[in-house]
Design a protein around this ligand. Structure first.
Ligand code: GTP
Length: 525
């Protein structure tokens, strides 16, 4: 609005300037005219025609007197010549002046009188000489005779000069009046022209003032709004900080390229080796894992549930999720980090529980079979030997029946310890269920397997278990041995070992049997 109203302002200012210049010019012209007129009016000889005409009249009279005195012999030609000279000098300006043109109607008698006087003066002057008294008397007589008649006419010259000068002065006064009137009108018109422009300027000034006030009020309102917004933003910022700080997830907002840190949770910062100069790279325990993490972020827009070990000083497992954002026109990573150490621990425990036999601590049936399967595949691939042992505690039911399950459990643990001690380093050993155990031994030949089984059998037999009644129990085991042949399955291998175990049981227990040699059950190494 202010801009629209302000568009006429330069025009108004230019107009005012133009008028001002015109007024100055008009004033200067007026001053010039006044100065010129003043110079004209104060010029020497101005309007002296009246005086000259009086002088002419007076000189004419003097000339007559001088002529009379010459005739009376009181003076000579010298005085006549002087008087005629004076007359001629008075005649000349009166003849040359144009003052008589100012008369309202022509007065030819004036010009005629002046011409007559000029003619007579010239005539008389030509007849006179300084020493010629006779000529002087003759001229004096002529003057006395002819000049008095002209003397009367010089009165007309005086009257005409008076009227003419009065007319001329009046005309000049009128001229000056017209000039001043013109100047006054010019200044008046210019001054009048200024009025609407001044009014417009005053209006504009008032509008500008009002607009300035409105603008001031608007500014104030704006500042108030900005202050409110700032306060609200600060409150939101504080709220956001509280939310972030109390969130179960740690948060970091980091520049994707220059690694500039925009925000980082206090907890996460404290986990960094150098909290005052936080760097994501240093938060990772394994730098290679960080490189991998970064590569994934470069190629993916988002990353979810990335498990990483953080905080080199006190490592813990964290679940990282990342989103790509734009902040200050720069790509940034918004990273959430959730501490999953407890979950990891529980997972490990669950895994342990799921894979281990709780009573003996040995791998359970499922784990044993899984591991054995992999082992057998490796042996098949590499063409290596592999032996399987099926191990069973002899007459275990009787122990349970006679001494109770607790004693039975105790014996199971002790037997398992021996199995672990003698077989774990050689291969895989596990409890298949009840009092049945099995082992898969890679790179073990049939003879070696036999020796191992025998050693184990003796070790178990050496176990002494005291009952609450003070009895000492001795348990024995029977072992079935089978060796792997390329192409055979784990199931087949274990069945073969089981067959051998069955034979050991039927052969009286507390012994080892080898599958495939029913007649020579005990191989001679
Ligand atoms: N204490 C205890 N006994 C178990 C457990 N699992 C199985 N048993 C017992 O183990 C016994 C196995 O008995 P049988 O299969 O008849 O075998 P055995 O008595 O050892 O006889 P042979 O194998 O022929 O020497 C059963 O009485 C089961 O109740 C266990 O975890 N703890």
């Amino acid at each position: 609005m202010a801009l629209i109203r302000g568009t006429g302002r330069p025009f108004v200012m230019l107009s005012l300037l133009g008028i001002l210049v015109a007024m100055i010019v008009a004033t200067l012209v007026g001053l010039y005219v006044v100065n010129e007129k003043h110079a004209q009016f104060s010029a020497p000889g101005l309007h002296t025609e009246v005086w000259q005409s009086y002088q002419l009249h007076s000189e004419t009279h003097h000339l007559i007197e001088t002529a009379e005195r010459t005739l009376a012999g009181e003076t000579g030609p010298r005085h006549l010549i002087q008087r005629l000279g004076v007359m001629k000098s008075l005649l000349l300006p009166l003849q040359r002046t144009d003052v008589f043109s100012s008369l309202s109607e022509p007065r030819p008698e004036v010009e005629a009188t002046l011409d007559t006087l000029q003619h007579l003066a010239d005539e008389w002057s030509s007849q006179l000489s300084w020493q010629d008294t006779t000529a002087a008397e003759r001229v004096a007589g002529d003057i006395v005779q002819r000049l008095p008649a002209v003397l009367e006419d010089t009165h007309h010259v005086i009257v005409a000069a008076n009227i003419a000068v009065a007319n001329q002065v009046d005309s000049e006064r009128q001229d000056l009046k017209r000039t001043f009137r013109l100047l006054a009108w010019t200044l008046l018109v210019l001054g009048a022209g200024c009025i609407p422009l001044m009014l417009k300027l005053i209006r504009d000034h008032h509008s500008a003032k009002r607009l300035t006030q409105e603008l001031g009020a608007f500014n104030q309102a704006l500042e108030q709004r900005v202050a409110e917004r700032t306060r609200s933003l600060n409150e939101r910022k504080a709220l956001l900080s509280t939310i972030l700080e109390s969130s179960p997830s740690d948060v970091a907002l980091i520049g994707a390229n220059d690694q500039r840190v925009f925000y980082v949770s206090e907890t996460l910062r404290q986990h960094s080796p150098n909290p005052s100069a936080f760097q994501l790279r240093h938060l990772f325990v394994d730098s290679r894992q960080y490189e991998l993490f970064q590569q994934r972020l470069m190629t993916q827009k988002a990353l979810d549930n990335w498990e990483a070990q953080l905080a080199p000083r006190a490592p813990y497992w964290a679940l990282l999720s990342v989103r790509h954002l734009q902040l200050e026109s720069q790509p940034v990573w918004l990273i959430w980090s959730l501490d999953i150490s407890e979950r990891k621990h529980m997972e490990r425990e669950l895994k342990q529980l799921a894979s281990t036999d709780t009573l003996t601590g040995l791998p359970n049936r499922r784990t044993f079979l899984l591991r054995s399967l992999k082992q057998l595949q490796r042996a098949d691939r590499d063409g290596r030997l592999c032996a399987a042992l099926a191990i069973d505690i002899d007459l275990f039911k009787r122990i349970n029946d006679e001494y109770g399950h607790q004693v039975g459990d105790d014996i199971l643990r002790k037997v398992a310890q021996q199995l672990d001690r003698h077989l774990s380093d050689l291969g895989i050993v596990g409890r298949l269920g009840g009092e049945e155990f099995a082992a898969l031994l890679p790179d073990v030949s049939a003879d070696d397997a036999w020796q191992i089984a025998e050693t184990l059998r003796n070790a178990v037999k050496a176990i002494r278990t005291r009952t609450e009644h003070g009895d000492t129990l001795v348990v024995t085991i029977s072992v079935g041995i089978a060796t792997h042949h390329a192409g055979a399955t784990l199931k087949q291998l274990l069945m073969q070992a089981d067959d051998a175990l069955y034979r050991a049981k039927t052969n009286g227990r507390d012994c080892c049997e080898y599958f495939g040699h029913p007649d020579t059950a005990t191989p001679t190494a």
